[in-house]
Design a protein around this ligand. Sequence first.
Ligand code: GDP
Length: 227
Amino acid sequence: MTAKPVLNRAHFHTSVAQLRDLPYSRAEIAFAGRSNAGKSSAINLLTRINRLAYTSKTPGRTQLINFFTVDADTYLVDLPGYGYAKVPPAVKAKWEGLLSRYLQERDALAGMVLIMDARHPLTPLDRQMLDWFTPTGKPVHILLSKADKLSNGERALTLRRVKQELSALPHVSVQLFSSLSRLGAEDATTLLENWFSQAQQGEPEPAEAQNASSTQKESPDHTKDRG
Ligand code: GDP
């Protein structure tokens, strides 16, 4: 399948600290992950724009939701990294409030890419992100990052274990990924391009209807029926 060149048009749009400042959006895909999991490297590789996501790492932006335009009113969203060893309770509370409400309530959000270090997958905060987001019925794609640091056997085992752990969740997919070796980059790009084009097209449709019809293509943007 030939991917439409949407991702490589990404450019910085805005940063927001509170939900009322979120921009108007037709569709967006959010990247989440523990700090240092390799989220910025993944975004840079997938957009093929070096240093794009490091914009989100400039001082003052690390706790913000950063929006990158990929098409008209369509965004790749870089969520603040989590899991810093020492976080003051007030900062943690603010993060929880912002992230949980964004993931649960953002109608334009079509799907979440969750980056987890393949050597330490499914930390409590990774599970927290899944707990907030999966009830929406929208898809989650997990990149098991830094897979180049594992042997072939370890990779296969990790992939199998993570899939098994999450097998009860219907809209979660998992793949191995490495920004260094580019392992899995093509698969991830194709998936994202599909999510974006599906979210931009077609009428929103509830997850139940997607499950009911095997002939219909999955449309992640089914949320406008929600308040
Ligand atoms: P973020 O905090 O999640 O945005 O993580 P970064 O993308 O900044 O990566 C954190 C560190 O891990 C950096 O030193 C990267 O060079 C390194 N890193 C990121 N992705 C990979 C990868 O696929 N393989 C290896 N070996 N190192 C990586």
